[in-house]
Every structure is written in C-alpha cells, then in structure tokens.
Design a protein around this ligand. Structure first.
Ligand code: DSN
Length: 430
C-alpha cells in the first residue's frame, strides 16, 4: 500500500495546521480507495459536493427560512437555500401535475431529525404511531422502543411475513384498524424489495392517519425513476441526502402544501437552530448532479449490480432474505454457511470487503451477534464497477465464508486492492 498523502489537493493548510487530523483524513481516504465498501447506506460524494460542503458557508448563522430570517446578512444564503429547494423540487416533484406544489424543507441535519420533525408536526406525546419493526428492516426512528420515538409515542410495529419476509400489508391494515394510529411510516433500512406506497396510502386513509414515507435509502433510485416515488402519495416524505442520492450528510422533507407550515415550524424553531448552510450548498450540488443522464446510469448500475451479486451469491449457496433484491440492498442469512453475521463481517473487513452484520427477520440470535449481513451496491456503482466485479466479489465472499484464516483474508484484501485500483472513487484524491 502506498503512503497516504497528507497534503492532498484541498488539504495544504490542514496538513500544516494539524498534521494529526490531516494524517487521519489521508488514511481514511486510502481505506475508502482500497476497500470494496458495501455498507448499504454509504457512498462517495463527488469532489464538487465535498468542496461546497467544506466552504465558508459554514460560517453563517441563518435561523428561519429564505427572506424570513432572524439575523441579517442572508443575501447569499437565501439564494443558496432557494436553489437547493428548487433543484430538489424539479427532481422529486415530477410525479405531480404541478411540481411547484411540492413543499421542500432542506434544513434537517440528517434523517433522524427529519423524522422527528414529522412527529412534532403531526403527533402528540402518547398518541399511536406505526412503522416497520427494526427487526423486520425498519428504522429506529419509526417507533423502536430504544428511540425517543418509541418512548414518547405509543408505537405499534408491523412486520414482514414469515413465509417470504415481504412486508405484511394485511397485518399492517389489521393493526391500523385496531390501534387507529395518527401516523404511519412506510420506509426501511434493511429491506431489499420495492415499497408499495399506494397500499400504505389506502391503509392510512382507512384510519385517517398521516402517511410518512422515509426514502432515505432509496432516494437516489427514486430520483432516477428506478423505484416508485411516494411524492403525491404520502402526505410527507423524508430522506437523508448522502445515501444513494450521493450528496453530503444531511436531511430533507417534502410535503403537500397543506402541511408546509407544520413541517417548517417543526424543523425550526421546533427542533433545530441555524441550518447547516454548507450542507445545503452540497445538497444543491448533489441535486444538480442527480438530474443528469450520468446519474440515471449510475442508479441503473446500482440495481443491476445488486441483482448480479444476489444471483452470484445464490449460485454459491448463500441464502438471501426474500430470495433476492429489487433495489440497492442485499440481506444475507449466513445460517446455511455455519457462521454468524458478526464474525463473517469482521473477516470480510480484513479481506477488504466492508459491510455490516445485521439481524434477519425472526432472527433467533441476538442483535449484537445476529445471523445476517447487510450489503449495498451504491459505493461500488459510483466507482463504475459492474457485473464482472460483482461476480468476483461473490467469489471472494465464498472463500471467506469457507475460511476466515488471516492468510486467506489478507490474500483476498490484496486482490481487492488491486481491483479497486482500476476504479477510482469519486471525490477522493488518491
Ligand atoms: N445508519 C443508517 C443505515 O445504515 O441504514 C440508517 O440511519
């Protein structure tokens, strides 16, 4: 491995002022360059996104919204925020007859604050909410007991079906009729299949609930038209901006005009202070990038790569939850390979293949030592890898499943590094 350079482009001042941090950043760049990063929620932001995010916009406080701020000096910031909103409106408002009707809030610091704003806008403490249970592939903020959303609200989780591990819409409808939730979440963090927003709309309508779609994982696929959009179906849509959408680390909320004021007041002053203007600029850049044919080709590659990897793994005797994938994500049950998800993920990491251990639906093992791993193809697709690399990856994974010996993992890590060298990652200076 070559020595990482501390004074890479854009870090000359840092390498002088703080060589320790410069060195750590250089080492992380090297890691991101040399490994097959398969954590489903991660990506490589472009150099343009990184430059906007690391700009002087971080210096400005801007409580409020464009043209209604509490501090002066917002001439430029207002333009930045308006630009981010109008680009996101153009990108995500396509399902609407009039995209201008899509209200956009680009200030949430990330996905969890965006989701908290939805609670604050629509639900009172103690009222009932529903979301996909964490163990079934939902998110902590959809009402899990350890989250504030499960402590301050009465949470009734729905799950996936035992027989095929697909979301159990009949159970969701039955629980909704029984518990009359104020808010229903449709969204996932570990679910490899297409979400049926229309079915959730019908359940929410039947019980008079607000329907919130959390598209954090799939927003890049939605933007590219490769996953159905909840816009125009759900009352409110939340997302992070850094997963498949490939922006900086941030959050956003879309909603119908009638909910605009409740959402805006919930984000500020309800939950947050000044928006992170540097992040808003990075989101604007990402939204511009996401409106290009190159982005659509990248999003298509994400799905193709996930499906190629799924088939190649199945051919090698791996067991996939739901039998495959429609999106960017694979959930692999390691039980037939006689290894737990955690030791397998740790051995893969040594072999240069980075994923996370993950519970599978109805997992008999504990969350800290579960049966599965979760993988996603956004990062490898951003590097331009394709079918051949996914098949090679399946071979590496098979070898590690058979032997976690250090010499096996280290040999594969060298092969992974060599392969990665042919696919420079966006945004990195190595
Ligand atoms: N941490 C994100 C993920 O990995 O899915 C969700 O918040």
């Amino acid at each position: 491995m070559s020595e990482p350079s501390q004074s890479a482009p854009g870090r000359a001042a840092l390498s002088v002022a703080d060589p320790e941090i410069a060195s750590l950043i250089a080492r992380e760049e090297r890691r991101e360059a040399d490994k097959l990063r398969l954590i489903a929620s991660e990506n490589y932001a472009s150099r343009a996104v990184l430059e906007a995010s690391a700009s002087c916009l971080t210096n400005k406080y801007s409580e409020g919204y464009p043209h209604k701020r509490y501090y002066e000096g917002q001439q430029i910031i207002d333009e930045v925020e308006e630009l981010a909103k109008s680009r996101l409106r153009a990108l995500f408002g396509k399902p609407l007859a009039d995209p201008a009707q899509l209200h956009v809030n680009v200030q949430p610091y990330s996905g969890s604050p965006a989701n908290l704003a939805v609670y604050l806008a629509f639900v009172k403490p103690g009222e009932t909410v529903m979301g996909l249970g964490l163990a079934a592939g939902g998110h902590l903020t959809h009402g899990h007991t350890v989250s504030i959303t499960g402590k301050f609200f009465h949470s009734v989780p729905y799950g996936v079906r035992k027989e095929d591990h697909r979301i159990d819409l009949e159970e969701a409808r039955r629980l909704a009729r029984e518990h009359r939730p104020k808010l229903i979440w449709c969204g996932t963090t570990a679910y490899p299949r297409t979400l049926d927003f229309a079915a959730f709309r019908s359940i929410a309508d039947e019980v008079g609930a607000i329907l919130a779609a959390d598209i954090a994982h799939i927003s890049g696929l939605v933007a590219a038209g490769l996953h159905p959009s909840p816009v125009g179906v759900a009352d409110v849509v939340t997302s992070t901006t850094h997963k498949t959408l490939r922006g900086p680390r941030g959050g956003m909320i879309f909603c119908k005009p009638e909910h605009a004021s409740a959402i805006d007041r919930a984000v500020f002053p309800g939950l947050q202070g000044g928006p992170h203007n540097h992040t808003t600029a990075g989101i604007a850049v990402a939204a511009r990038e996401a409106s290009t044919p190159e982005f659509v080709a990248y999003a298509r590659r994400i799905v193709d790569n996930a499906q190629t990897l799924a088939e190649a793994l199945k051919e090698r005797g791996f067991s996939l939850v739901t039998g495959g994938t429609d999106n960017h994500l694979l959930l692999v049950d390691m039980t037939p390979k006689n290894i737990g998800g955690k030791p397998y993920a740790q051995a893969l990491d040594r072999a240069g293949i980075v994923c996370n251990y993950n519970a599978i639906p109805f997992d008999p093992r504990k969350p800290m030592d579960p049966s599965g791993i979760r993988m996603g193809t956004p990062c490898v697709s951003s590097r331009g890898m394709g079918k051949d690399e996914m098949k090679r990856l399946a071979g590496f994974m098979d070898e590690v499943a058979k032997s976690q010996a250090p010499e096996v993992c280290d040999r594969i890590a060298a092969e992974v590094r060599e392969m990665c060298g042919h696919f420079p990652a966006p945004g990195l200076s190595v």
